[in-house]
Write a new protein. Structure first.
Length: 91
């Protein structure tokens, strides 16, 4: 994501596009971390010691996607974040 951030920074005249992409990429990385924690808990049984670790992060994994749309709605416009690069950075 750093490479694409650098390319977007150099190609587009507005740095908001590069910052929007990087913001989406950071939240996408956090979502992937939460999804990984959730997947770790699927195969465990009740008897396994430590099977429930990380379940709290995994259950809130959609909060990162919701947070992306809330912040995009608040800071969008000419001087704020741009929707398409932020969503593309997330996925």
């Amino acid at each position: 994501s750093i490479l694409l951030f650098s390319i977007l920074w150099s190609v587009f005249p507005s740095p908001n596009i590069a910052f929007s992409y990087e913001f989406g990429a950071l939240l996408g990385t956090a979502y992937s971390y939460g999804l990984g924690k959730y997947v770790e808990t699927i195969g465990g049984s009740i008897d396994d010691e430590g099977a429930g670790e990380g379940a709290g992060v995994g259950s809130a994994r959609f909060a990162f996607l919701i947070l992306l749309f809330v912040i995009l709605g608040k800071f969008r416009g000419e001087t704020g974040l741009v929707e398409l690069p932020a969503i593309a950075g997330f996925f």
